[in-house]
Design a protein around this ligand. Structure first.
Ligand code: GLY
Ligand code: MN
Ligand code: MN
Length: 439
């Protein structure tokens, strides 16, 4: 960690307490009980899926491996951590709580999830946790009014959270550099993936999402996670979308590279990179995110024209759906405790939903940007056979240079993704800052 967390944590906790006070008052509750949650067992098996802690739990505590534990908060009181540390010689037992945050909690250590439940306060409680797997002795009620309030305010990151997200970005950038070198050394997708994990020093299960590591045409599969074990005969292009975690916070980073000797594809990457940085510069307070998304379509249309793929105007490329065939996903999404963080569509702290602009079904963020929000900016330009086939029968097909399009299918596509903080002034680009740091 570059930044010391101890001085930042008390203000973070104070913010969460104030938010919890408000949320509980709205819902008419006396206590907030947050389950870390339980591991999910595999069907007809004695194995569990990797444990993923309830994001509400991770919001309060930098504990990502605490199955069965609880946070209990009563307005006016010190928050309580009921920490499960089983007597178990089969598995690694979560270590005793330590570090900058423990002095701010009353900590009770118990030996089982059932004992933890017995430690929870009685009364009218908002109980936050997944319904499945169930926790014996307590039912999560996840009151909507409480969730709406907390989710809305989770959009505004505290300085403590931003410090953790900077670190998640730093780890991700380090691993991305190693992955690029592995691509340039001619490794397979699987080999590059292993290089990435080693450089991140994180296991697959610890990453915030399944890495996308695609060579050549595989860059056109938006969520390509197959990992060919053998290198292709020729590695022409490389798209990697991979993040890292820090104390439960995510980074989400995509880079696209051209191999030496593929200058035209490199030039297309350079144009998309310039476009992406232009969008990043607009991550400012008051900017409507859906308007930025639609603006991005116009800019991508310009890139398509500049590189000779289309002959129609940018306006008609957007209107006729041509840009949606080349750029068929949203410009980005909120990010934080979850890679696709909550409240991207929320109208206000009482809930509601802001619809997506017509014709843009995959956009995950429809709000106006405000200081403290963190969003990804991830425009793409792909050569996806299925979507291009859909353009063939349309009148606009006459204004597409199909020979040029066909020549680029072997590169798959381009996505460039940074995580960006909206501030009171200029945006903070967590990703580019992390890449700029010494190795
Ligand atoms: N890696 C998932 C995303 O970019 O949204
Ligand atoms: Mn993303
Ligand atoms: Mn991504």
């Amino acid at each position: 960690m570059n930044a010391p967390l101890a001085p930042l944590y008390p203000a973070h906790l104070a913010t969460l307490r104030t938010r919890a006070d408000q949320a509980l008052a709205l819902g008419g509750f006396d206590h907030l009980l947050v389950a870390a949650s339980m591991p999910l067992g595999k069907f007809l098996d004695d194995q569990d899926y990797p444990f993923v802690a309830n994001p509400h739990f991770k919001h309060w505590l930098p504990l990502t491996d605490a199955p069965g534990s609880w946070l209990a908060y009563t307005p006016g009181g010190k928050p309580k951590l009921v920490f499960v540390q089983p007597h178990d010689y089969w598995h690694v037992v979560p270590g005793a709580p330590h570090g900058y945050w423990v002095e701010h909690f009353d900590i009770v250590t118990v030996r089982s999830a059932a004992e933890a439940v017995a430690q929870l306060p009685q009364g009218r409680s908002a109980v936050l946790g997944p319904a499945c797997p169930a926790i014996d002795g307590v039912t999560a009620n996840n009151p909507q009014a409480v969730l709406d309030y907390l989710h809305w305010h989770r959009s505004y990151k505290t300085p403590y959270e931003l410090a953790l997200m900077r670190e998640a970005s730093r780890i991700g950038a380090r691993a991305h550099r190693a992955a690029e070198a592995s691509f340039r050394a001619g490794r397979s997708e699987f080999g590059i993936h292993l290089t990435y994990l080693a450089a991140a020093r994180q296991t697959d299960a610890e990453l915030p999402y399944a890495s996308i590591v695609g060579l050549n045409e595989h860059g056109a599969v938006l969520h390509y996670t197959a990992f060919d074990r053998a290198p292709p005969r020729e590695s022409r292009s490389f798209l990697i979308d991979a993040g890292a975690s820090c104390a439960g916070y995510a980074s989400d980073i995509t880079r696209t590279y051209a191999a030496d000797g593929h200058g035209e594809f490199q030039a297309l990457i350079a144009s998309m990179d310039a476009a992406q940085q232009g969008f990043v510069s607009k991550v400012r307070a008051g900017q409507s995110y859906p308007e930025l998304h639609v603006h991005a379509h116009h800019v991508v249309a310009g890139v398509l024209r500049e590189h000779g793929f289309i002959r129609m105007s940018a306006e008609s490329a957007v209107e006729s759906g041509v840009t949606s065939a080349f750029f068929p996903h949203g410009l980005g999404h909120p990010i934080g405790l979850q890679v696709h963080d909550v409240a991207g569509f929320q109208q206000d702290e009482h809930g509601g939903s802001i619809p997506r602009p017509a014709g843009h079904p995959y956009l995950r963020m429809t709000r106006v940007l405000e200081p403290g929000m963190v969003v990804t900016i991830e425009p793409g330009l792909y050569f996806i056979d299925m979507l291009l086939a859909g353009l063939h029968d349309k009148p606009v097909a006459a204004d597409i240079d199909w020979a040029r399009v066909d020549a680029f299918r072997r590169y798959g596509g381009i996505r460039i993704e940074d995580d960006v903080v909206c501030t009171d002034g200029a945006p903070e680009n967590l990703t580019r800052d992390a890449f700029a740091q010494p190795h």
